[in-house]
Write a protein that binds this ligand. Structure first.
Ligand code: ZN
Length: 159
């Protein structure tokens, strides 16, 4: 997790008070006279407060790349045959909620996509039957993969 520098500042910088004091020497007598006091108060907001105050919303740009035929798989032999070791073609361990398989000519490894109704996934795997506009969503359990079935869903890529 990346900590926003703004947040670090807000940990210690709550209020800054600047006072200007001028010492006057009048006829040999030292007179301390405050001729001007400037108080500058900074109110440091957390990032959330700042965004709320100025109505700033994080805009995530996504571009539709059309409808894909989306199936599901798990690491079992029924789904993966000889490759049933839970390790994706990219070398990453297949993880539910993250891993999908795609055609590398359509969506290269590492591509982050948003699948309608499913959420954000990362292309980490390939599959013999996953060619063209097809995706395979990874599930830990075979029953979950079966329940998912096959669906035509709109897919977006993060810009
Ligand atoms: Zn399976």
């Amino acid at each position: 997790m990346k900590i926003h520098p703004f947040r670090i500042i807000s940990l210690w910088l709550l209020t800054i008070l600047i006072t200007i004091q001028v010492t006057l020497i009048v006829e040999g007598d030292k007179v301390d006279e405050v001729i001007e006091v400037v108080e500058v108060e900074y109110i440091v907001l957390t990032q959330e407060e700042y965004e709320e105050e100025y109505n700033i919303q994080e805009v995530i740009e996504m571009e539709s790349i059309g409808e894909f035929n989306v199936s599901a798989y798990c690491p079992c032999e029924l789904c993966c045959g000889p490759y049933a070791d839970g390790i994706t073609s990219s070398g990453e361990r297949a993880t539910e909620g993250i891993t999908i398989a795609a055609d590398p000519n359509v969506l290269p490894e590492g591509t982050k996509v948003y699948i309608e109704g499913i959420g954000t996934r990362i292309v980490q795997d390939t599959g013999g039957a996953i060619k063209g506009n097809k995706l395979d969503v990874f599930f830990s359990q075979h029953s979950d993969a079966l329940a998912f079935g096959r669906q035509n869903l709109e897919v977006f890529i993060y810009e």
